[in-house]
Design a binder for this molecule. Structure first.
Ligand code: BG6
Length: 277
């Protein structure tokens, strides 16, 4: 454990031959960086704000228990709470567990007792994250959940995403609910904000630039694709115009409806990112 330049306690895990490493903040259980063979896979804004209560622009924020706007703060509270460090394993496959338990503040805005465990596992060319939700209350509760991954790209205008052909999606830019993806390969020419319902259940894997594969679990089959484009990036204090072309968010989760979790029950959702070449 060490103090990262952000001011938040953080840890760095490196695999045994030194070829891959991750940096994780306890704040938000936020993965800031994943490098493999000296290649940084994630995007972190040079204007990111590191302050209590603020979401960090880049890396992998954990969206829970609410995706998007709603009664809770945007994207829920898990990304702005400080998690507790659990078991770490640095032997074969490097792994770490982080925990977040309900507290006075969460109960005030979301009256349900929960216990979250985020497991992060690092292999030479792949990165795996699993969220376990335990309902510790005496009633059923509901949530949505998402790994909000920011991938670094050379240029959004030449970035492609494949594997979503024929999938139905909600277009959050124009508000239409049931479009169907007709392109084999998705390209970016303007603001893009889409929720592909069960996109991860498509026969083809999700590939970014034919080189990064993103896979969810059976419980996390929705795929959100987001880039704010130039104007919105310019208007955002922690992105900036110069950054819009440098990232794409490809987010795996369960968001098109909510997960209903009975008392004492566990829910697990995960994603795996693999560098293919
Ligand atoms: C995406 C949403 O997941 O996150 C977008 O689909 C949203 O609508 C984006 O703008 C960023 O959200 P935030 O709260 O991190 O600025």
């Amino acid at each position: 454990e060490f103090e990262y330049k952000t001011g938040f306690p953080a840890l760095r895990l490196t695999n045994s031959n030194g070829s891959a490493s991750v940096e994780i903040l306890l704040y938000g259980a936020h993965v800031l960086s994943w490098t493999t063979n000296n290649k940084q896979i994630l995007f972190l804004s040079d204007k990111a704000i590191f302050a209590p209560g603020k979401a960090i622009r880049g890396g992998i924020p954990i969206v829970w228990p609410q995706f998007g706007p709603g009664p809770l703060p945007q994207h829920g509270f898990a990304r702005v709470k400080t998690w507790r460090l659990g078991k770490t394993n640095t032997n074969d496959d490097v792994s770490v567990e982080l925990h977040l338990l309900h507290d006075e503040d969460t109960l005030k805005i979301w009256p349900h007792k929960f216990n979250l465990t985020l497991t992060i596992r690092l292999k030479e060319k792949s990165f795996y994250q699993e969220l376990t939700v335990h309902n510790e209350d005496n009633h059923t509760f509901e949530f949505t959940s998402l790994f909000h991954t920011y991938f670094t790209v050379d240029d959004i205008k030449t970035t492609t995403i494949s594997g979503l052909n024929n999938v139905t999606y909600t277009d959050k830019v124009d508000g239409s609910k049931t479009k169907t993806e007709t392109n084999k390969t998705l390209e970016f020419t303007s603001e893009t904000d889409r929720v592909y319902n069960d996109g991860g259940k498509n026969a083809n894997p999700i590939l970014i630039n034919d080189c990064i594969q993103v896979i969810g679990s059976g419980t996390t089959s929705d795929i959100v694709v987001w880039n704010p484009w130039q104007e919105k990036a310019k208007g955002s204090v922690d992105i900036g115009e110069h950054n819009f072309s440098k990232f794409v968010c490809v987010e795996v989760g369960h968001v098109h409806d909510s997960v209903k979790l009975d008392k004492d029950q566990l829910w697990k959702g995960s994603h795996e990112i693999t560098l293919l070449k």
